[in-house]
Design a protein around this ligand. Structure first.
Ligand SMILES: Cc1ncc(COP(=O)(O)O)c(C=O)c1O
Length: 425
């Protein structure tokens, strides 16, 4: 059954769960001669993620980090599910307000804001926003003195993360007193503390430790006469399976810390800013092999001009060129330090495997997706797919070299779709 959800978007509501491989095979067969790349977007996956969040974090309200994936259907779905939103710019705020979402469901979660954006937030009553420096306080005093401010503190530095943010944002908790004194002088309303520990953290204790730091700054703020009532635990929650640290493990550790330092009934609202958690696994990218070459057996050695073997055992290898790449949907490889695994759509059980390299479609030499990966021999016209492509992918894509963006095939199981929409419509 097809559902028109407006904005030119159609959702294929399917009676049964199909494997991604089967779905892509069905879609590509129905396309006839089109070879354009596309995303398979499983809206049911996002619905399940939302319910899992509510189950594992009953006290933590999610503000979806819009930057992570701004697809209209995704944000509309999350709005319908009841999520709130973390916006970082005027355009993101506008996009969410245009969905009819109340400004109270938005946090303008950028600690360093452009003046005109602050004015826009003030005009539209988006009043909760972080700060981590004095200049920001002065701007806010000038353009939005009634704002509800949240002091962003640095995450503890002793935990390894894949994507660090502490170099750019966050005040050292040791300097919190100075900033709070300045806020007091300016007569500003500071209502709580936030942090973002970064993404891809290896130990859940990083969250617990950040909560403990936040607690001490809370105590300080209250002693200084502020009415603190908000704790924002940021983002970084994994959105795919098979991570070293699972979402459930983080929930266990974080909930324990919250119950210890910010127990229920203590008058503190707890929110988070998950991005990748909601969208990463919902998007699967299908790309077409548009060209193929044998990998060169000999590569010139850059240092001394001597020739050297491409692979130690001289096994023949292939290079494939597909129609999306680093400047398109694979920006996550560059900016999010991700890695991807190509999968072949057609059945290739028992076929001989070869060392393969996959390049993007542009003329740029850095447009490399995967190197030295074992694949069966592919042919021009074959389809490959890459799972877990929903986070920091679509939103980073450029039109470099005039390459088109993938279109989206939206799908959902009947069970998930009607669970949400039969109640509402
Ligand atoms: C302030 C803030 N909140 C939330 C997020 C979302 O992080 P993630 O997608 O890892 O959950 C980010 C990402 O950079 C961020 O900077």
């Amino acid at each position: 059954m097809k559902h028109d959800i407006g904005n030119g978007r159609i959702v294929d509501v399917l009676p049964d769960i199909k494997t991604k491989r089967k779905l892509i095979a069905d879609v590509t067969a129905s396309l006839k001669h089109s070879e354009d790349p596309f995303f398979l977007v499983d809206l049911g996956d996002i619905i399940i993620k939302y319910h899992t969040w509510k189950e594992l974090f009953p006290r933590v309200h999610p503000f979806y980090a819009v930057k992570c994936n701004t697809d209209h259907t995704v944000i509309k779905l999350l709005a319908d599910l009841g999520a709130s939103f973390d916006c970082a710019s005027k355009i993101e705020i506008k996009t969410i307000l245009n969905l009819g979402v109340s400004p109270s469901r938005i946090i303008y979660a950028n600690p360093c804001k452009q003046e005109s954006f602050i004015r826009y937030a003030a005009k539209h009553n988006v009043n909760t926003m972080p700060f981590d420096n004095e200049a920001e306080l002065c701007k806010i005093k000038q353009f939005f003195p009634e704002a509800r401010l949240v002091l962003r503190i640095l995450p503890p530095g002793n935990f390894k993360v894949q994507v660090r943010v502490g170099d750019k944002f966050g005040c050292d908790p040791k300097n919190a007193a100075n900033l709070l004194t300045k806020a007091k002088e300016l007569g500003l309303n500071v209502v709580g503390i936030c942090f973002h520990i970064g993404s891809g953290v290896e130990k859940a204790e990083a969250y617990a430790s950040a909560v403990e730091h936040a607690y001490y700054v809370f105590e300080l703020g209250r002693e200084m006469g502020f009415k603190f009532e908000l704790l924002d635990v940021g983002g970084g929650f994994p959105g795919v399976e098979n991570t070293t640290l699972t979402f459930r493990e983080i929930a266990d550790v974080l909930n324990t810390a919250l119950d210890k330092y910010f127990p229920e009934g203590a008058g503190v609202k707890i929110i988070a800013e998950p991005g990748r958690y909601f969208v990463a696994s919902a998007f699967t990218l299908a790309v077409n092999v548009i060209a193929k070459r044998m990998a060169p057996q000999d590569k010139p050695d850059c240092d001394d001009g001597q020739e050297m073997l491409a692979s130690p055992n001289s096994e023949p290898g292939y290079m494939y060129y597909v129609n999306d790449g680093l400047f398109g949907s694979f920006g996550n490889l560059l900016f999010d330090h991700d890695t991807v695994q190509p999968r072949v759509v057609r059945d290739c059980v028992d076929e001989t495997m070869f060392t393969s390299t996959i390049w993007g479609p542009t003329c740029c030499g850095v447009d490399l997706i995967v190197e030295d990966y074992r694949l069966p021999e592919l042919h021009v016209g074959d389809w490959l797919f890459f799972e877990n492509m929903g986070a920091y992918s679509v939103c980073l894509s450029t039109s470099f070299n005039g390459m088109p963006h993938p279109w989206c095939y939206l799908h959902c199981t009947e069970q998930s779709w009607y669970h949400l929409y039969s109640v509402q419509k």
